[in-house]
Write a protein that binds this ligand. Structure first.
Ligand code: PHE
Length: 390
């Protein structure tokens, strides 16, 4: 059961009553012939980890989505309708994510689904969206399997075969390390995939993975894995996990005298990483979707609008949430009508969309091809290092 169910009503939405959403006719399993709901709102569902050990993923993403819809509504909405967002918390659990998706689709009759961040949870939701013919856009799930779930499933982020390559090349060419350890979360599809993709490119280009250790999400003691890693004397450790475990791993590595940089992926992106990791995580590197230091007008405009509303600098997840909502609105504007099929087809033809996190063109796999950035943990925050083009 959901512990928290939030009906988000920003002031700009206050006038948009959810009067009529009941005339959606459910047809068989594809939903492709659904009638477009009447009324003056477009109901969008969001599923995220608003609580739990990845809570900043959910809340950051939500803030980005909310800002986007507020701006779109203020500019008149889409086809004369205003967006209304229903957000459900999955507590960071795949089965809760599936329950939430089902509820949003069958009870609330949403017209599109945004979420999740974590690939394992998007993988739990996608078959439900697909079988009901409801378009789903994940802002930031990077595992390739997510959009393979069907033609109603999209993403606005790069995928992990690319992300793994980015850090493998950075390790070899910039950090000049040849012998690395890998420490992966075996309960996390994203982590397992990214560890494999990194290893492939790293070894193909002359690097060596001297030891490959694993843990399970929720673990708090990593000493035995780190001791095994220390014995192999790696020059760096690749840890493609989420921020809570990575912060703890950084601390315990230092306690064991392992003074080598950690490297990771987008799962590190949280204001909590440096809070948990403290000094131990300083000097480590990770790949990500965007940097707020990027001086491009699109990024700086977003950063200042976000700061004005929430008082903090947006992390990558807020930027991805913002882009996912804007891509959805753009597709709904281009679609001849708001039936699920028409919206799906319009999302699929997204081309050259100017996102905050880069220009978004979806390919035949419903994935965009975009640049990544590498950030260094420094001074309690992140310092931009480089941008890597696909
Ligand atoms: N890419 C991660 C996954 O697929 C989720 C994530 C994206 C986490 C961006 C943080 C920042 O599981």
């Amino acid at each position: 059961m959901m512990t928290m169910e939030k009906m988000i009503k920003s002031s700009a939405l206050a006038l948009a009553l959810v009067a009529v959403v009941g005339c959606t006719k459910k047809e068989s399993t594809t939903g492709a012939t659904n009638a477009a709901p009447a009324g003056d709102t477009i109901l969008v569902g969001e599923v995220g980890s608003m609580t739990g050990s990845e809570a900043t993923f959910g809340t950051s993403t939500h803030n980005g989505i909310e800002l986007a819809f507020e701006q779109i509504n203020a500019a008149g909405g889409v086809k004369g309708k205003k967006f209304k967002l229903i957000t459900l918390d999955d507590q960071g659990k795949p089965d809760e994510a599936a329950t939430a998706a089902t509820k949003l689709i069958t009870q609330d009759k949403i017209q599109a689904l945004l979420g999740e961040v974590a690939s394992s949870r998007s993988l739990a939701m996608a078959p439900i969206a697909q079988s009901n013919g409801v378009p789903m856009i994940t802002p930031s799930s990077t595992n390739p399997k997510v959009t393979e779930q069907g033609d109603y499933i999209f993403r606005v982020c790069f995928i992990d075969p690319f992300q793994g390559t980015v850090m493998a090349k950075f390790a070899l060419d910039t950090l000049k390390v040849k012998n690395v350890a890998v420490l992966r979360d075996v309960k996390n599809d994203y982590s397992v995939g990214l560890a494999d993709f990194f290893t492939q490119t790293f070894t193909k280009n002359g690097g060596k993975v001297v030891v490959d250790q694993s843990f399970s999400a929720g673990d708090m003691d990593f000493k035995s894995q780190l001791t095994a890693i220390r014995a192999k004397k790696p020059e760096a450790i690749y840890v493609p996990g989420y921020y809570t475990e990575v912060g703890l791993i950084a601390r315990q590595a230092k306690e064991l005298g392992l003074n080598v940089p950690l490297m990771g992926g987008d799962g590190w992106d949280s204001p909590k990483l440096t809070e948990i990791g403290g000094k131990s995580i300083e000097g480590s590197y990770f790949s990500n979707h965007y940097s707020p230091e990027d001086q491009s007008p699109a990024v700086q405009k977003f950063v200042s609008e976000f700061k004005a509303k929430y008082g903090v600098i947006p992390d990558g997840l807020s930027a991805m949430g913002y882009d996912a909502a804007k891509v959805l609105a753009d597709a709904m504007t281009r679609a001849p009508d708001l039936t699920n099929k028409a919206v799906r087809d319009a999302i699929a033809t997204t081309k050259d969309f100017p996102g905050v996190t880069g220009v978004i063109t979806l390919n035949e796999h419903r994935d965009p091809v975009k640049s990544a950035v590498v950030l260094k943990v420094a001074g309690g925050g992140y310092k931009y290092q480089t941008t890597v083009k696909p």
